[in-house]
Write a protein that binds this ligand. Structure first.
Ligand code: MG
Length: 393
């Protein structure tokens, strides 16, 4: 016998139509964030870059006719910030009058507006700031944290600290930083390697491992400064440290070299932060080049692109540890099926009014809708150029 259950339709959900909205205003801001101490990784020690003293941010704020707002950002370290801002100024007008919900279509529209400068790098990094703002707006309008809008697998993500272990920092200070980091509730420690003297790296790592003990997750990052034979030798020497991963052992575009190294080591190999599009990450995945991929949403064109890559990465059972910009990546990592890592940097904190909750080794998705961040007065004070398009409602 078939039993039928009758329910009364909920009229509020069966009547009426979804309201369409349109973008009426944008504000682009170029913000120069000064760093307290000049920062050096292996790229400085090999003479390829100067110590970093500031980070350039491109913020995009978007408002709709109905008064919904979103804020997103992209960034550049060392050169490139003014170029991202200039490209954003040229393409911003294309969003006026558009429905902010159609994010994929709008991303494509912005790419075609600047098609002659390509689908990777600086051009799509400028688009990323618009894309992130559109996702923030969509989640805010839904009244949901972005992770929930995307579909979260967890409400917190394992986090590790990078900023305490740079190469310019004396070892004693690195040990003090590690103690402070773990005391603040962060779960893992990453140490920069790739010093021209490999023995220096190994001695420093020995000191850190002894200091934090065998059970604390520990990673190293060579910032692309080893050649293939050096990466092989160092990789073998590093096996005994039981590392979570070895990051950027080789040039970011050496997919075949990474694949050979990853196949020969027990320690997982991580890379991908320097790649500037999903297509470049596809090359890594095709070569089985990494156990852990480290995409950076602002660098590959925004959240829309990151989600395409995350789907592909899951299909290949890859681990995920997004690079930098924890304010965005916490949400994206929370929505990745395989337990990921988020990189903790406190550098961006002065730009926002809100702080992320961190304890027991994990970073927590807040209950605030969208990304959950508003721009601080300090971010306004560090704004060096600004452009508005349209009229704020
Ligand atoms: Mg790195």
């Amino acid at each position: 016998m078939v039993t039928t259950t009758h329910t009364t339709p909920h009229t509020a959900h069966t009547e009426g139509e979804a309201t369409l909205d349109r973008i009426v205003w944008l504000r682009l801001s170029s913000v120069a964030l000064p760093l307290a101490t000049p920062i050096s990784d292996a790229k400085v020690f090999t003479g390829r870059q100067k110590p970093m003293t500031e980070v350039a941010f491109l913020f995009v704020e978007i408002a709709t006719e109905q008064g919904h707002e979103g804020v997103g950002f992209s960034y550049s370290k060392r050169a490139g910030g003014p170029g991202q801002f200039a490209h954003a100024k040229e393409i911003a007008e294309n969003l006026i009058g558009e429905d902010p919900s159609d994010i994929g279509r709008l991303w494509t529209k912005l790419v075609w507006a600047g098609a002659s400068v390509g689908r990777s790098g600086l051009a799509t990094q400028a688009i990323a700031a618009f894309d992130v703002a559109l996702w923030d707006l969509k989640a805010k309008r839904a009244g949901l944290p972005l992770a929930k809008l995307l579909g979260a697998y967890r409400d917190s993500v394992r986090c590790y600290n990078t900023s305490g272990g740079f190469l310019h920092t004396p070892t004693e200070q690195v040990l003090e930083n590690a103690t402070a980091t773990l005391g603040s509730g962060i779960g893992g420690i990453k140490i920069k390697v790739g010093h021209p003297d490999g023995k220096y790296d190994l001695a420093r790592l020995t000191a850190v491992r002894e200091h934090i003990g065998d059970d604390v997750p520990l990673m190293v990052d060579a910032n692309q400064q080893w050649d293939r034979p050096t990466a092989q030798r160092m990789g073998r020497a590093l096996e005994e440290f039981n590392l979570v991963w070895i990051e950027e052992p080789l040039d970011a575009y050496d997919a075949a070299g990474h694949a050979a190294l990853a196949a020969s080591l027990d320690t997982p190999v991580a890379t991908g932060e320097m790649l500037a599009s999903v297509a470049e990450h596809v090359e890594l995945i095709r070569h089985n080049a990494a156990d852990v991929i480290q995409p950076d949403a602002p660098r590959i064109g925004g959240i829309t692109q990151f989600l395409k890559l995350a789907a592909l990465a899951e299909h290949h059972q890859l681990q995920l540890a997004p690079h930098f910009a924890m304010e965005i990546h916490l949400h994206l990592a929370a929505a990745y099926p395989i337990e990921p890592w988020v990189e903790h940097f406190d550098w961006l904190e002065p730009l926002f009014n809100e702080r992320l909750e961190i304890h027991d080794g994990r970073m927590y998705v807040s209950s605030r809708p969208g990304l959950g961040f508003t721009l601080s007065d300090q971010a306004r004070a560090w704004t060096i150029a600004e452009q508005e398009v349209g009229t704020r409602p």
